[in-house]
Design a protein around this ligand. Structure first.
Ligand SMILES: *Cc1c(COP(=O)(O)O)cnc(C)c1O
Length: 391
């Protein structure tokens, strides 16, 4: 079946007693054993819980992996995956990384003796140069956020395999609807399901999907041992969101591309970072390995003085720090998502005080463009009145 059908049907044929078309929420944390030495398959809810299991099975199928694990947040998914490593291990990590992942590695994992080098993961020479005898894995975000750098997953996972390294991909931005890293040779996919998979800014969740029997068993052990699992009500809410993923992603993509093209021509905008634009350096790789584009892109205004008035004058688009929901949100990475990344690293990748990140929602594109245009026009007038305008 096509992915649209599989998404819409998540959990719908798995309740044999009543035939309910949505899988029910099982709140039980303990399950009765038929007799000594027997189990229904469920014993204690941290290990395995019915509603969560349906979600986990769907996640594994969608990502073309062998096992899925639902966690209490995206950070919990990453923490659980990092428990694969031990003192002395080293990781190669995407340069333009999600701020929370950077914080987890630098402020927590380093205390356990696990270190990382931040490199352009699409550059095999750079990867080779940073690799050492203790390197165990490559952690990739593609496209990255906010600068939308693209990594060729088949190329890098083949290189990693040759050197005995695991390839871990944070697939939050594209979701399995557009990109399936495990089918391209990667070993582990993680998600902040809080974003597109949930899709409505109302559930915090994470997912891990693994490929291979041994790795899947190991991850099951870590998931149960750490215990940062997703509760049954949130598991239900996440499945409910995922049923409409295909429709939402198509609209996120078309809206974002139309707005990126509009901003490209705007006199107050100097750069637009969107892999769907032919001039983007990652355009060809992205087109080859993913069937579509995320609804996130970034742009730089000509002068940082414009940022504050633009954010203040937006009416429809919210100034808030998340992404992937049906509502459009504009984020200022320097002070929000990337505040924990040292200025030196931020500037090296290009996250400066002129950069804004747009998570384009599913509203009508004309309304979104009109809102941006009026906010830009008012910001221009205000800065002109103060003699600060770049235009
Ligand atoms: C939000 C996000 C995370 C963290 O997920 P939470 O659900 O907020 O814990 C990790 N990676 C990426 C790419 C994200 O956008």
């Amino acid at each position: 079946m096509k992915i649209e059908s599989r998404l819409a049907q998540i959990g719908s044929v798995q309740e044999p007693v009543t035939g309910a078309v949505n899988y029910p929420i099982y709140l039980a944390t303990a399950f009765r054993h038929p007799r000594l030495g027997q189990s229904t398959g469920f014993d204690y809810a941290r290990t395995k819980s019915p509603t969560r299991s349906v979600l986990e099975q769907a996640a594994a199928e969608l990502e073309e992996g062998d096992a899925g694990f639902a966690t209490s947040s995206g950070m919990a998914a990453l923490t659980t995956v990092f428990a694969l490593f031990q003192q002395g291990d080293h990781l190669l990590v995407s340069l333009d990384l999600y701020g929370g992942t950077f914080r987890l590695i630098e402020q927590i994992m380093t205390r356990f003796g696990v270190t990382a080098s931040y490199v352009d993961t699409n550059d095999l020479d750079a990867l080779e140069e940073s690799r050492c005898s203790s390197t165990k894995a490559v952690l990739i975000e593609t496209p990255t956020n906010p600068l939308m750098m693209v990594t060729d997953l088949a190329k890098v996972s083949a290189w990693a395999r040759k050197h005995g390294l695991l390839t871990i991909v944070d697939n939050t931005l594209l979701t399995p609807f557009f990109q399936r890293p495990l089918a391209l040779g990667c070993d582990i996919v993680v998600h902040s399901a809080t974003k597109y998979l949930g899709g409505h800014n109302d559930v915090l969740a994470g997912l891990i999907v693994t490929k291979g029997k041994e790795l899947s068993e190991r991850m099951g052990f870590l998931h149960n041992s750490y215990g940062a699992v997703l509760g049954p009500q949130d598991s239900y809410l996440l499945m409910r969101g995922m049923k409409t993923l295909a429709l939402r992603m198509e609209r996120h993509e078309s809206n974002a591309l139309a707005i990126a093209n509009h901003l490209l021509k705007h006199p107050l905008v100097s750069n637009v970072y969107h892999p769907g634009l032919p001039e983007h350096p990652g355009h060809d790789v992205q087109k080859a390995q993913a069937s579509g584009n995320t609804g996130i892109f970034s742009f730089k205004v000509k002068d940082a003085v414009l940022v504050e008035p633009i954010l203040r004058h937006l009416k429809l688009i919210a100034f808030a720090e998340s992404l992937g929901g049906v509502e459009s949100l504009l984020t200022y990475p320097t002070v929000q998502t990337h505040a924990d990344i040292p200025e030196e690293i931020r500037l090296r990748v290009g996250v400066d005080d002129r950069l804004l990140r747009f998570s384009v929602g599913i509203e009508h594109v004309d309304d979104l463009i009109a809102d941006l245009d009026q906010a830009f026009a008012q910001a221009d007038q205000e800065t002109k009145a103060k003699g600060e305008s770049p235009s």
